[in-house]
Design a protein. Structure first.
Length: 88
């Protein structure tokens, strides 16, 4: 049994709570031509962290690298921070 099965954040209710944040990541990604995961990684970097994303193959590593070389706007960063604080 994986840890996600035991963690309530990964229950149906827990995932539903994340819907606003996931929608915002997708919205920003659509606007900037990046995936929601790339937006999330870029946002983490903008906050001064050093994310260590997993990659099982070269394609996933290349997708993760797409989080580099561009920046979210201050408004996008603020929206992500506000939305994330309301769902956690």
């Amino acid at each position: 049994m994986g840890a996600r099965r035991l963690d309530p954040r990964f229950s149906q209710k827990g995932l539903e709570r994340l819907a606003p944040l996931l929608a915002l990541l997708k919205e920003i990604g659509d606007r900037t031509h990046h995936s929601p995961a790339q937006v999330a990684l870029n946002w983490a970097i903008a906050q001064g962290t050093i994310p260590i994303p997993g990659a099982k193959n070269a394609k996933q590593a290349a997708q993760n690298a797409g989080a580099l070389g561009w920046s979210l706007t201050q408004d996008e960063q603020a929206a992500l921070s506000e939305t994330s604080s309301s769902v956690v």
